[in-house]
Design a protein around this ligand. Structure first.
Ligand SMILES: NC(=O)c1ccc[n+]([C@@H]2O[C@H](COP(=O)([O-])OP(=O)(O)OC[C@H]3O[C@@H](n4cnc5c(N)ncnc54)[C@H](O)[C@@H]3O)[C@@H](O)[C@H]2O)c1
Length: 407
């Protein structure tokens, strides 16, 4: 990192994997200066790697990296790279993150961190030993409406929180001709929708309400076979006609009952969480409904700028008020000057980039971290065990998370 004459800090960025998320991380770094001109941190896109030659070339030609390689080690060995974005498929996460930590590079890594709890714990240990900063791609927690919801809960506006209902219903594989991308192969992805979408929901619950202590879960696979999609081509939204059919190795749907821990802001609250990648109707309906003794609130990613808040017990006109995200709620004012003009998904990643880089330069650590990822991975593992044993399963407390706990 280099401190410039005007006091700004230039941070050398490395990128590993130039798929959907790699491109999005890059746009987030590039857009940082527009949303946060006063941040004093200047990302410099230095070195990207992807095994698909066209993607590596795209990193230079389109995204603006100074150089690109096929081998990610070249990025980690580059002395001009200070931090790395790890946007590879899940099976490479632990290997790359552990190598990044050993090279002294702070990392922003996509979720899920590895193929399960064990790999996530190995990354957590490596990051702690190396003393590097980590941030996780839990982007939904940055939505201004979610930040507002978190405040409503913490200040007791909804009363004592009694229960939560959450869902992550996507249709990216609802078409039976939907491609068998790496996401459907256990050795490449780990779990299916549990790691892919349920992990996001677990993070939202833990960020707003506190740690999940135990779960009872079930899973199902709706389509047993799909046509194969070569790595580095297309996205997981791709539809393949007449491809070679291969088995789907992980779950399309997961549902679970949860109980929160006794140190959560919502101590001992209970709830139901569901996730599906084959829902027909919802496109990316990622929702959370929180109920308390004095009110409730609903949020859905398909309308990410809105929070529906109940008027509260005993109000003259009971019902829901549609509260639009507005300046003063989270970082909304950095993107739009007034309510009603919408922020979008990409903006959530700009906020994530900002929190990551602020932590890297030693300012307040408002970022999600590897302990948050470990905690989410433990809940997902507990769900997998529970679905297999048909028993409740416990998720042990994790220190150092940003979960909402009692003071
Ligand atoms: N936070 C979110 O909302 C969100 C959304 C989508 C994906 N993700 C996560 O992001 C990660 C990447 O997903 P994606 O959708 O961008 O995948 P993708 O399939 O679009 O891209 C993966 C890229 O990795 C490259 N790659 C494969 N092997 C490599 C290697 N050895 N070295 C370097 N690059 C290699 C491929 O060529 C491809 O370009 C996953 O962990 C996924 O779960 C997070």
């Amino acid at each position: 990192m280099q401190t410039n004459e005007d006091g700004t800090i230039t941070v050398g960025i490395g990128l590993i994997s130039v798929g959907w998320m790699g491109q999005l991380h890059s746009r987030a770094y590039s857009n940082l200066r527009y949303a946060y001109p006063d941040l004093g941190i200047r990302p410099r896109l230095v070195h990207a790697a992807d095994t698909a030659p066209a993607r590596a070339q795209e990193a230079v030609d389109v995204l603006g990296y100074e150089r690109a390689s096929a081998d990610y080690h070249e990025v980690l060995n580059d002395p001009e790279v200070d931090v790395v974005s790890i946007c590879a498929p899940n099976f490479l996460h632990a290997e790359i993150a552990i190598a990044a930590a050993a090279a002294g590079k702070h990392f922003w890594i996509e979720k899920p961190v590895g193929r399960g709890e064990e790999e996530t714990r190995a990354v957590s240990t490596a990051a702690a030993e190396a003393g590097v900063v980590s941030s996780i791609g839990f982007n939904y927690r940055h939505a201004p409406a979610i930040e507002h919801l978190r405040t409503l809960i913490a200040t007791g506006e909804l009363g004592r929180i009694t229960n939560v209902r959450g869902h992550m219903f996507a249709d990216y594989s609802a078409d039976p001709r939907g491609a068998l991308s790496w996401r459907f192969i256990r050795n490449l992805a780990g779990s299916g929708v549990l790691g892919d979408l349920m992990g996001h929901l677990v993070d939202l619950v833990q960020y707003t309400l506190g740690p999940i202590a135990e779960v009872s879960a079930l899973t199902s696979t709706v389509y047993a076979e799909r046509a194969e999609l070569p790595m580095g081509s297309g996205t997981h939204f791709a539809v393949v006609e007449d491809g070679e059919m291969k088995p789907v190795e992980n779950e399309d749907y997961a549902g679970m009952l949860i109980r929160l821990s006794d140190d959560a802001i919502a101590a001992d609250a209970v709830g139901t969480l569901e996730a599906s990648r084959v829902a027909v109707g919802p496109r990316a309906s990622y929702g959370i409904e929180i109920y308390g003794t004095n009110g409730s609130a609903h949020w859905d990613f398909e309308r990410l700028n809105e929070l529906h808040v109940s008027s509260g017990l005993g109000a003259a006109h009971q019902g829901y008020t549609r509260v639009m995200a507005s300046p003063g709620m989270g970082d909304f004012g950095r993107f739009q000057p007034g309510a009603g003009t919408s922020m979008g998904y990409d903006d959530l990643k700009v906020i994530e980039a900002k929190k990551f880089l602020e932590a890297v330069v030693g300012r307040a650590a408002l970022n999600s971290n590897i302990q948050d990822a470990l905690s989410a991975a433990q809940v997902v593992s507990a769900a997998e065990r529970s679905a297999e044993d048909r028993q409740w399963a416990v998720s042990q407390p994790v220190a150092g998370t940003t979960a909402a706990v009692q003071a």
